[in-house]
Structure formats: structure tokens, C-alpha cells
Design a binder for this molecule. Structure first.
Ligand SMILES: Cc1cc2nc3c(=O)[nH]c(=O)nc-3n(C[C@H](O)[C@H](O)[C@H](O)COP(=O)(O)OP(=O)(O)OC[C@H]3O[C@@H](n4cnc5c(N)ncnc54)[C@H](O)[C@@H]3O)c2cc1C
Ligand code: SF4
Length: 543
């Protein structure tokens, strides 16, 4: 614990008087002028951007993070209510296309300081070593230009800083967690019981939810509003895990600042700063380096919108790689009805998970695999689940009044990276006059086979636990890729250090650089990759 505090004091910089925000830290924050040449300006203060900001501020860099959304104050801005939380999502217009278009909105990206982790569920598994070499191992996906061992120390660091709670993890690279597993609620117990019956190993965790006091952050109160932004400050998000320490070390966070373009000197080919809109005014922040961390749809969109004479097809897009290989995970959810009351809302939705089906099974006709987790939808999401089955009117009301008897599991299936699953620019413009993203998605047969297999296992688990009825809906979760890391500029947009091949002082440090996604939730890996890039930048500057 002392070790964590010496490298990231965020949890100790939060108030301990029952309020959730250190207003003084924000008021006294260093403020740079647009004319100041920063060492680095970061676009987006989510998972990747905030870790980079905190690391570089600690190393004495002059850094600012610009975010299109607000600087949240959990006390004033969030409510423990499903219907009142839509302002947390990125809901600007986007066009969807392809054979299997992916709905956008609450389920894939957030807006504001803290990024999508404000309303993410809180599962924080590591990727498996195999995820970094799927092409060599299984003949699908891509090999990363770095391996698991290179990321391993950063996984450990970030797990301590969030901190992560869970049982000792037997899958992938076996490891322990800094906080002990949380007690589980009704849904978690059903998963554990059903899995035991079917001979499947399931474990409690891993979740980035404090189990016990951590600095001035309190223990979880098990009220289940994690996807609405945790008002308690028990669930980790960069707003409380990295931003306070960044501010205390001289970083600026400029909220409500929408970056519209990365500027590049036509002569030298180097980035010179970012154009952005704040308070209705167009402004320009100078910087010696730029890092983009706007997440998988907005990062490629910003690069494409930053076309210039030197980069006519979009910044870093000379080899038509920007926007390609974007991935979602197949995320079917299966619910089971029990005679006894389950009351799945009475716990954090992330409780128990299994990675037993994560790796390629040579006996199956598909490659790679899936993970299974408790999901525990609240009533409005439950109504959507039931309505998707065609229940309406009286039948929908019956399912709703029966809500306390249902348990719900979700799978994350590793959809494969495909070049045509990509972001391009649509003809429509947003309120800033910028072309909106057009996101096309089509599944391959391997993707569909994984969805079927995952549904079968979830049904077996729920039946094994004693369910008398099961219903499944097809869903998709998470976004990664779109500016992927690769060995060369013809295969991707950035190198293993997240530096773009095309512009030597432009970095991308968010989920868009991931070449594969495994069946793990991505936030921990995004933070670990950003922490590694930060170390390399700091070491490079020292040299
Ligand atoms: C409902 C939901 C549940 C999830 N559950 C989990 C989970 O349990 N575990 C897990 O690991 N992951 C989960 N995720 C995914 C996880 O939150 C994301 O993968 C992760 O936050 C992405 O990190 P990032 O840095 O790439 O982007 P983000 O964290 O999304 O940050 C991007 C930031 O950039 C800003 N931005 C974008 N464009 C611009 C621009 N042009 N100018 C200025 N700012 C800009 C945005 O406002 C945002 O704050 C979940 C996501 C959602 C939506
Ligand atoms: S259940 Fe725990 S982590 Fe989730 S919102 Fe409530 S206090 Fe926060």
C-alpha cells in the first residue's frame, strides 16, 4: 500500500469528510495558456489518457488533458438511477452500417473526465499471454509487436492503483490480487452453484472495486449502481484513481474542450498542437507532442478529420490503416428464472467470472473463446432484455413484476479483427460541423459460432443451478482497435510504443491501438499499455 501511495497518491487526495470531490485541487489546478508550448497535450481523459497524464505530470512534464465532456463531480452530477444517467454516454450522432451493425450509445462509450470507465461495469481481468500471439498460435487475428511479459509489470502496478479485488486467478498467467474477493449476492451465488454442478471453474472477481477502505476511498456499499457512475467512489475510474495525482503534480485538465483536428507542420511533418472548441470558441493549443486517447470510434475519426495537404486521406492514413480492424465483443446475455428470490440488483453487477473457455479448444470447430460473467441488469435494462424476446403489454408486465426471481449471466466472445470492420467519415456533420463517424460491422462465421457456444454454456450453468426457464438476448459490448499497433506501417498505425509510424511526435494511447481483444474486458490492458508508453517517453526524455 505504501508503495502505491509513493507513485500515485490519488486515493489519499480525495476528501474524507463524506464528500467525493477535492474541489480545492481542481480550483488550484495549474492552467496553461494556448500560446504556451506544452511538452505534451492529450486528447481525452479516459482510461488511456488519464494514466499517461498522471505518469508524465509526476515526471515533471508540462502536460494538459483536453476532454470533450465535463469534469464530473459525483455528488452533484450523478444519480443512483438508470433513467437519470444518460448524460454519461457519448450520444453524439454516429452512422452504423455493415451486415451486423452495432448499436451505439450507453453500451460502448462514455464522455467526460474519466471516460467510459465512469459507467463501465468494473471487471478488470488481464489479457492472456495467448492474446498477444493469436496469429502464430491459432492462425487468426494478429500478433502484437510486444508480448505479455513486457506488459506484466504494468498490469501489477495498475491492479494496485485501482485496486482490484478477487480470488487468486488460475487462468492465463496465474496471479493474485491486492484486495481479497468481495462477498457475493444472489446472482453470484447462482453462478457459483450452477458452475459447480456443471464441473466448470468460476471465481469471484476480478473487479476494480475497493474491498475495504483505500486511502480516502470507502468500501463498496453493494447497492449495484456501478453502471450509473459510482457515487460512493468505491469503483475505480481515472476520475478518482489517476486525475487527482495528475493535478497535484501540475497537470491541467481542460474539460468541455472538443478537439477537432490535430495540426501538423506541412514542412516538417511534425505535430504542432490541437485545434479545439471550448465555450463556443475555436482555439489552438500548442504542444511539442500530441497523444490521442479518444477511444476506438473517436480516435480514428479525429485522425481522418485531420487530413491535410501532406496527409490527404487522413492523418497517418497513407496506407489506409486508420479506422480498420475495429472490434466489438459478442456479449449475449442469458437469464434464468428461479422460484426463490434472487434480487440480482442487490450487489455490484460484476461479481463472479469464468475464463475456462477462453482459449482455443482443438475439439471445437471455432478458434479462440469466450468468458462468462455475472451482469445483473437493473429494471430498465431488464425490460429491454425481455422486450427483445418479443414480450410486450401484459406479458412484459408479468416478466417485470417477476424481476426479483431472475438471475442473469453475460458472455464476452472474442470477435476476430477484420479489415472491413472499420470507421470512415459519413456525409452527416455534428454540431461542430465535423463529419460524423460511420462504423461498419459484419460478423464472420467464427464470431457466430462463439456466440452459440457461449449461449449453450450459460444455459447449462443456469439450468444446473435450478432455473426453470431461460431466455437469451444477443448483444455486443466494448470497442477496441481502429488504429492498431503493428510491426510496420502497412499493417497498422502505431508501433509497440504507441508512436504513430507517420508522425514522430504523435502518439495514440487508448483502446484503439489493441490488435486483438481476447475475451477479457479491455480497460486494465488499455491502462497498462498507456503506463508502458509513459515509461518509455520518460526514459526517452531523460536520454
Ligand atoms: C457500459 C459499459 C460497460 C463497460 N464495462 C467494462 C468492464 O467491466 N471492464 C472493462 O475493462 N471495460 C469495460 N468497458 C469498456 C471500458 O470502459 C473502455 O474500454 C475504456 O474506458 C476505453 O478506454 P479509452 O482510454 O480507450 O477511452 P475512454 O475511457 O472512453 O476515454 C475517451 C475519452 O476521450 C474523450 N474524447 C473523445 N473524443 C474527443 C475529442 N475529439 N476531443 C476531446 N475529448 C475527446 C471522451 O469524452 C472520453 O472521456 C465498459 C464500457 C461501457 C460503455
Ligand atoms: S455497488 Fe459498490 S462499486 Fe457499485 S456503485 Fe455501489 S458502491 Fe459503487
Amino acid at each position: 500500500m505504501a508503495d502505491v501511495r509513493s507513485r500515485n497518491e490519488s486515493a489519499w487526495l480525495l476528501p474524507n469528510d463524506g464528500t467525493r470531490t477535492n474541489h480545492r485541487l481542481r480550483q488550484d489546478m495549474r492552467r496553461f495558456a494556448d500560446e504556451d508550448e506544452l511538452d505534451l497535450v492529450i486528447v481525452g481523459c479516459g482510461a488511456g489518457g488519464s494514466v499517461l497524464l498522471q505518469r508524465l505530470a509526476r515526471a515533471g512534464w508540462r502536460v494538459a488533458g483536453l476532454d470533450a465532456g465535463p469534469f464530473w463531480d459525483p455528488d452533484a452530477d450523478w444519480v443512483s438511477d438508470e433513467a437519470g444517467s444518460h448524460h454519461l454516454y457519448w450520444t453524439d450522432p454516429r452512422v452504423i452500417a455493415g451486415a451486423d451493425p452495432v448499436p451505439m450509445g450507453s453500451n460502448n462509450s462514455g464522455r467526460g473526465v474519466g471516460g467510459s470507465m465512469i459507467h463501465y461495469a468494473g471487471y478488470t481481468p488481464r489479457f492472456h499471454p495467448s492474446d498477444f500471439i493469436t496469429r502464430s498460435l491459432d492462425g487468426v487475428g494478429a500478433d502484437w509487436p510486444l508480448d505479455y511479459q513486457e506488459l506484466r509489470p504494468y498490469y501489477t502496478e495498475i491492479e494496485q492503483e485501482l485496486p482490484v479485488a478477487g480470488e487468486r486467478w488460475p487462468w492465463g498467467d496465474p496471479h493474485g490480487y491486492p484486495h481479497r474477493p468481495h462477498p457475493v449476492g444472489g446472482n453470484g451465488e447462482i453462478f457459483l452453484r450452477g458452475a459447480r454442478k456443471m464441473g466448470i471453474t468460476a471465481k469471484v472477481g476480478p473487479v476494480a472495486i475497493a474491498n475495504g477502505r483505500f486511502g480516502n476511498r470507502p468500501h463498496c456499499i453493494y447497492r449495484g449502481f456501478c453502471l450509473q457512475g459510482c457515487k460512493v467512489n468505491a469503483k475505480a475510474s481515472p476520475l478518482i484513481t489517476h486525475i487527482p495525482d495528475a493535478l497535484a503534480h501540475g497537470a491541467e485538465v481542460r474539460a468541455d474542450a472538443m478537439v477537432t483536428r490535430v495540426a501538423v507542420d506541412e514542412r516538417t511533418g511534425r505535430a504542432t498542437g490541437v485545434h479545439y472548441v471550448s465555450g463556443g470558441r475555436e482555439r489552438f493549443q500548442r504542444a511539442a507532442m500530441v497523444a490521442v486517447a479518444g477511444y476506438s470510434i473517436e480516435t480514428p475519426r479525429l485522425l481522418l478529420n485531420s487530413a491535410s495537404h501532406r496527409f490527404p486521406d487522413g492523418l497517418c492514413n497513407d496506407f489506409d490503416q486508420v479506422g480498420r480492424y475495429l472490434m466489438v465483443q459478442g456479449a449475449p446475455q442469458t437469464a434464468g428464472r428461479f422460484d426463490a428470490e434472487v434480487r440480482m440488483y442487490k450487489a455490484p453487477p460484476p461479481e463472479v467470472s469464468s475464463e475456462e473457455f477462453y482459449e482455443t479448444d482443438p475439439a471445437k470447430d471455432y478458434k479462440r473463446g469466450f468468458a462468462i460473467q455475472t451482469v445483473s441488469p437493473l429494471p430498465i435494462t431488464w425490460a429491454e432484455h425481455v422486450a427483445a424476446q418479443g414480450h410486450w403489454g401484459r406479458s412484459l408486465r408479468e416478466y417485470m413484476s417477476d424481476y426479483v426471481h431472475w438471475s442473469c449471466l453475460g458472455a464476452l466472445c472474442e470477435f476476430l479483427a477484420q479489415p472491413e470492420n472499420r470507421v470512415t467519415l459519413a456525409d452527416e456533420k455534428d454540431r461542430f460541423g465535423l463529419p460524423v463517424a460511420r462504423f461498419a460491422y459484419s460478423q464472420c462465421e467464427n464470431d457466430r459460432a462463439l456466440m452459440r457456444a457461449a449461449q449453450g454454456v450459460m444455459e447449462d450453468i443456469l439450468h444446473g443451478a435450478g432455473a426453470d426457464e431461460v431466455i437469451t438476448i444477443q448483444r455486443y459490448a466494448h470497442l477496441v482497435g481502429g488504429a492498431r499497433m503493428a510491426a510496420g506501417e502497412r499493417q497498422g498505425v502505431v508501433d509497440a510504443s504507441c508512436r504513430t509510424f507517420a508522425v514522430p511526435n504523435l502518439y495514440i494511447t487508448d483502446g484503439s491501438v489493441l490488435p486483438t481483444q481476447g475475451s477479457a474486458n479491455p480497460a486494465l490492458t488499455i491502462m497498462a499499455v498507456a503506463a508502458r508508453t509513459a515509461d518509455q517517453l520518460i526514459a526517452g526524455a531523460r536520454r
